[in-house]
Ligand binder design. Structure first.
Ligand code: HEC
Length: 639
């Protein structure tokens, strides 16, 4: 409100009253009210600012509120924390603002501008208390703080100046003199320009902030933070419609009928009540922002998906996906044409764009139909347990105890109970398993299958144990699929290997870390170690490294005899990697892994073509390095 009042003084009422001697009375009345508004806002800022300091002191020290004031905690917070630093700057700005408001009448003009700067700095400083100041590893992170500052400035300039505008419209005299109405009109037009700029800024910076704090549609729909954000956007849209009604209907009315005082006055009153409605909605928006400020942002909590269905584009053929992209563009174009036609009152264009919108939406829905599949509240959960060898190893015994009766020891759906069930247990080694979202699998394991034939395990296993189980099931499926991978590099979906730690040449390393340098050739062998092959690969070492290929050799049975390139691993890792080698592979299995640890090619000692020669290895390493891998999901980061 402070920023808005100073914006109004400096940029709206000041210029509007210039050279308008006949409206001195109106100016005096308005200034008195604006001054009262600014002074009470300042008082609120001082009182809540002091309370904020005491509350933060209490939170930091764990002391009750009364204790904070008596002990030296306040002093420590003020002199030794970043919050205290910002608080002191804000206090200094409040002193400047108090000075501006106390200045003598003939200095008002200067004080309005100083006050504008000080109140702008005051509201912008809030950004350092918000989420934008808490640095995180997100692309374009540098944009977050500036976007926050602009968002605050624009909201203060627009929302804060609404009440001053309503006050201005309320001081137009009862006789509705043409001079006073003309000043009100000039002021409203000036305000309107500021409001338009602010709304544009709020939109752009709001989108930037949404990306940083919510990131995805599940986070937007499935977290309280995201839902509040949607309500806020909705209210914002209502405010904009009220504002555009003002601009189109009432502002022209102020001038059009200069002859009739009664009509002029009615336009002023209507405008004033609309502005008050806008301001009241604005207060709701701010209340929502207040609640959002104390909630964790959407990308930091597990989204509870609220709908019984989801759109899974993975279920749609690539060709139809391309068609959907084209349809989406067409829909956006229709919407743009609609907005343009509505603004410029072109009825025929409007009708045509509405028909286009309905047409393209209908085709889009038909094309999208197969992508609409069943969803559960946990559909967009991210695993709390990383897909890694220790988690897979913890999951293996859990599977034998809980799942093998139905799904079979090997997961093929052939357990002892399988034939007694009305529905055959799923074969958990089919590639189809990877088509499910892990959040869906988590739901089935927790709550049972939709037909209740499979029971839920939420009461028996902790969430972490259920994730371990899922990691084991995924790793075993990946292992079964790997057995079908050929020596030709595949560029389609490939089974992923769990991450694992190893020690090679005395250095600790992990698979994921090694893959950052390029593809990995993983050599898995039974005892005894294939000495000749490992020595051959070691001699090739420099050439392979030049091609970006790293070689890691792991003996699945202990003890392994000494040979080059062999990495030391724990029993967990041996057990997990054992899933990726079958008994018919002969002495050794070689797997070429891309940056996502997906198996792109496989050679076995017993295979028809045998192991890869140097030329093949070098050429394949280059090919695998070029395969695009999906970017890590920014919203899926686990805490
Ligand atoms: C009482 C027998 C039974 C037990 C015990 C059981 N399941 Fe199932 N499971 C089933 C049946 C039957 C289905 C198929 C349900 C359907 O098609 O609707 C199924 C389906 C599944 C699916 C869905 C697969 C897909 O592709 O649709 C997964 C995943 C799964 N089970 C995992 C597990 C895990 C993990 C455990 C152990 C915690 C487990 N199941 C224990 C009977 C069982």
């Amino acid at each position: 409100m402070l920023e808005g009042t100073f914006v109004f003084w400096a940029l709206v009422s000041g210029p509007a009253f210039q050279n308008a001697g006949a409206v001195q009375g109106m100016k005096t009345r308005l200034d008195r009210r604006l001054l009262a508004l600014a002074r009470s806002s300042l008082l609120v800022a001082v009182v809540t600012g002091a309370a904020w300091l005491v509350i933060v002191g209490s939170q930091m020290s764990g002391m009750p509120l009364s204790g904070v004031v008596q002990s030296g905690v306040v002093k420590i917070v003020l002199t030794q924390t970043r919050f205290g630093e910002a608080w002191l700057i804000r206090a200094a700005l409040l002193v400047v603002l108090a000075g501006c408001l106390a200045m003598r009448h003939n200095w008002r003009h200067v004080s309005a501008w100083i006050g504008l700067l000080a109140s702008g700095a005051f509201i912008a400083s809030l950004a350092w208390a918000g989420h934008g100041a808490a640095a995180e590893q997100v692309p374009f992170d540098g944009l977050h703080l500036p976007a926050d500052i602009l968002h605050l400035l624009a909201s203060g300039a627009w929302l804060g100046a609404l009440l001053p505008l309503a006050l201005m419209l309320s001081v137009v005299g009862r006789d509705g003199s043409p001079e006073e109405v003309a000043v009100a009109r000039t002021a409203t037009l000036r305000f309107s320009a500021i409001a338009l700029t602010s709304v544009g800024t709020l939109l752009v910076t709001g989108i930037v902030n949404t990306w940083f704090l919510s990131g995805t549609i599940p986070a937007l729909l499935g977290t309280l933070y995201g839902q509040l954000l949607l309500v806020k956007v909705l209210l914002f849209a209502v405010m904009i419609s009220v504002a555009s009604l003002n601009r189109r209907r009432f502002i022209p009315a102020l001038t059009a009928i200069a002859s009739d005082a009664a009509i002029r006055l009615r336009a002023v009153r209507q405008l004033r009540s609309n502005v008050s409605i806008e301001a009241s909605i604005g207060i709701f928006v701010l209340a929502i922002v207040g609640i959002m400020g104390i909630l964790p942002p959407g990308s930091h909590t597990e989204p509870q998906w609220p709908l019984p269905f989801q759109v899974d584009l993975g279920e749609v053929a690539t060709r139809i996906q391309t068609a959907l992209d084209v349809i989406a563009v067409a829909i956006v174009l229709c919407l743009a044409a609609m907005a343009f036609a509505a603004q410029t009152r072109r009825r025929r264009t409007l009708a045509a764009s509405i028909v286009g919108l309905i047409f393209f939406s209908a085709i889009g829905l038909v094309a999208l139909r197969p992508a609409i599949v069943r969803a559960y509240p946990t559909t967009y959960y991210a695993s709390t347990q990383p897909y890694s060898a220790p988690s897979v190893a913890r999951g293996a015994p859990l599977f034998s105890e809980n799942c093998a009766v139905c799904h079979g020891a090997g997961g093929r759906g052939d357990g002892p109970m399988a034939t007694k069930l009305p529905v055959r247990p799923a074969d958990l080694t089919e590639p189809h398993l990877f088509a499910h979202k892990i959040g869906d699998i988590f739901w089935w394991v927790s709550n049972g299958s939709d037909n209740r034939v499979m029971p839920g395990f939420a009461n028996k296993l902790s969430p972490d144990q259920r994730w371990d189980l899922i990691n084991f099931v995924l790793a075993r499926t990946a292992g079964v699929l790997t057995a079908k991978t050929s020596s030709q590099v595949s560029t389609t979906a490939a089974p992923p290997l769990p991450d694992f730690a190893f020690q090679q040449n005395g250095a600790q390393n992990t698979l994921s870390q090694t893959l950052k340098n390029g593809p990995v050739l993983l050599v898995l062998f039974a005892t005894p170690a294939p000495r000749a092959r490992l020595e051959q690969l070691a001699t090739l070492g420099p050439r392979l490294t030049a091609a970006g290929l790293n070689v890691v050799a792991i003996g699945l049975a202990t003890p392994a005899n000494k040979a080059p390139l062999i990495a030391d691993v724990s029993d967990d890792v041996r057990a997990a990697l054992g899933l990726f080698r079958s008994g018919t592979d002969g002495g050794e299995t070689e797997l070429m892994l891309d940056r996502n640890a997906s198996v792109r090619a496989r050679w076995t000692a017993s295979g028809a073509g045998g192991l890869a020669d140097t030329t093949t290895l070098l050429a394949d390493a280059v090919r695998v390095a070029r395969i695009p891998v999906a970017a890590a999901n920014h919203a899926g980061h686990a805490h």
